[in-house]
Design a protein. Structure first.
Length: 301
């Protein structure tokens, strides 16, 4: 038998250190996280806020978080599934919807902190880069963008949410290099292209292309748009109304869902000692009665 050197000895396994749970699950980049949450020692217990954006297949989540020993504390949150309340019922995960969700969160957190009148942000989205200017009384609310494990490519939807938050009046350190419409060649942001994305122009152009080239695919791909009567030409006006509605009332709406009257049980209820005793006596009486009936039948025969 050929001698094989042991690569991982007993000493290796004794010294092996298990990684954090969320690293093992592949959910958290701790190298990025520690840089986002580390606070200067001379700021004591001052919270360091993060503007967190996450995407799922059917929803967009935007939150303002601060880290603590006990866990992350949520100051405010906004979701794409709230947008139907503001008039946007379809297309809740695209770039334009991400902008609306970021705008909703920024207006909501500023209203919570009573800074919404002082910092109105960029009222009309032009696609140009915008950074909030500090007022005389209070400094703007500052947060750091947290994208998680997302690959930060140019034109990614996460930067749509960032742009919405910036236009809403938040102070988030950023560069225009990742917004939709930034050109690598001339190193400039094309504000017209970016504005087109904010108002759903890229969706409208795709709708027109499908109508001409593949009508059947258009019927299936944009079936929800057709049901709601939304056409390519209505897109910009629709998003303008949504932005105005968000600014008018960004407060969260309480759920109208009623709590269940009866709790569903999927297992048997646990009986007390007295209930078990009574049940046993009942069963014994039933058995005795059945035995007595059998004896009576035999006597009759």
């Amino acid at each position: 038998m050929v001698f094989v050197k042991s690569q991982k000895s007993n000493a290796y396994f004794k010294r092996f250190q298990v990684k954090y749970k969320r690293r093992r699950q592949g959910k958290t980049d701790y190298r990025a996280r520690i840089r986002l949450i580390n606070q200067d020692k001379n700021k004591y217990n001052t919270p360091k806020y993060r503007f967190v954006v996450r995407f799922s297949n059917t929803d967009i989540t935007c939150q303002i978080l601060s880290a603590s020993i006990a866990g992350d504390h949520v100051l405010a949150a906004a979701y794409a599934h709230e947008l139907p309340r503001y008039g946007l019922e379809v297309g809740l995960t695209n770039y334009a919807a991400a902008y609306c969700t970021g705008l909703l969160l920024s207006r909501r957190v500023l209203k919570t902190l009573e800074m919404d009148q002082e910092y109105e942000g960029n009222v009309e989205a032009t696609g140009e880069d915008y950074s909030v200017e500090p007022a005389e009384s209070r400094r703007p609310f500052r947060a750091l963008l947290d994208v998680g494990l997302l690959r930060t490519t140019t034109g990614n939807r996460v930067f749509g949410a960032l742009k919405g938050a910036l236009d809403g009046g938040l102070d988030i350190p950023h560069s225009e290099k990742r917004f939709a419409g930034f050109s690598k060649d001339n190193k400039q942001l094309n504000s017209e292209i970016h504005r087109n994305y904010i108002y759903g122009g890229h969706i409208a152009s795709y709708m027109r292309t499908l109508i001409e080239d593949e009508p059947e695919k258009y019927q299936s791909h944009f079936s929800e748009y057709i049901k709601k009567g939304i056409e390519a030409d209505d897109m910009e006006e629709l998003y303008k109304k949504v932005h105005a509605a968000i600014r008018a009332d960004p407060t969260p709406k309480k759920s109208e869902k009623q709590p269940p009257k009866e709790h569903k049980r999927f297992n048997l209820k646990k009986l007390t000692y007295e209930e078990r005793k009574a049940k046993l006596i009942e069963r014994l009486n039933a058995l005795n009665a059945a035995a007595g009936n059998d004896e009576d039948d035999e006597d009759d025969e």
